[in-house]
Design a protein around this ligand. Structure first.
Ligand code: E4P
Length: 226
């Protein structure tokens, strides 16, 4: 399982990379626009925090294949590192994926709502496909079901593409796509924190500290360490 953070907020990225075993950051035009700064500065700052090895997924905004390719090549040149260009699974997007694959630029197919969209994107050369779990659930669909179907299709046709499950509203959705075998998830900072939280964990830790402190005092475990 690869963990990615779905945000362009630098403070959240610093915190997650400090605490958790992170593999990358995903952005989209909405996420970047929330930061209200020059988008290239934001992306360069993210790259500085996460380093060149960590995955950074950045989306194009054009809806025409030639322009998508131009944007992808530009981002690859100015941001660099382990960069994935997110391309929506519209008709022109599939065309752009085929061209970018030939140019050796890594692709994440995005805005996926059906397993057939993911299959077509994988055949066009996408390394990752990003089904929008919660947005599917929001229209009375079955987000987990779509993820499961994509995994079945990739196995059935022996495709190397990986599922980057996206758009989560709660930890249970993340849990269910993990059980289904999704290769990676991208979650917002709040959900990432919540994936660990449990009141009985906090209660247990507090009890351990109280019991220890009553007998040995505070901060005593390493008292003899020089
Ligand atoms: C990531 O690739 C998607 O853009 C993102 O997860 C969408 O999430 P949302 O549905 O919470 O906006």
């Amino acid at each position: 399982m690869l963990y990615l953070l779905d945000t362009a907020n630098l403070e959240s990225i610093r915190k997650a990379y400090d605490l958790y075993p992170m593999n990358g950051v995903t952005t989209n035009p909405t996420i970047i626009s929330k930061e209200k700064r020059n988008f290239l500065d934001i992306l360069k700052d993210i790259r500085k925090i996460i380093g060149v090895e960590s995955m950074l997924h950045v989306q194009v905004i054009s809806t025409n294949a030639e322009k998508m390719v131009e944007e992808a090549e530009y981002l690859n040149q100015v941001i660099g590192g382990n960069l994935y260009i997110k391309i929506p699974v519209i008709h022109e997007g599939i065309k752009a994926m085929k061209i970018l694959k030939n140019k050796g630029i890594k692709i994440t197919a995005t805005a996926i709502f059906t397993a057939q969209q993911a299959l077509m994107a994988a055949k066009a050369g996408a390394e990752f496909v990003a089904p929008y779990v919660n947005r599917i659930d929001n229209i009375s669909g079955n987000g987990i079901g779509v993820v499961t179907e994509i995994l079945q299709l990739f196995e059935h046709y022996n495709l190397d593409s990986k599922v980057l499950a996206a758009s989560f509203k709660n930890v249970q959705q993340v849990h269910l796509v993990s059980l289904a075998g999704a290769h990676s998830v991208t979650v917002n900072p709040e959900i990432l924190d919540k994936m660990l939280e449990h009141p009985l964990t906090d209660w247990s830790v507090n009890q351990f500290i109280n019991d220890w402190t009553k007998v040995y005092g505070k901060d005593t475990l390493t008292i003899n360490v020089k």
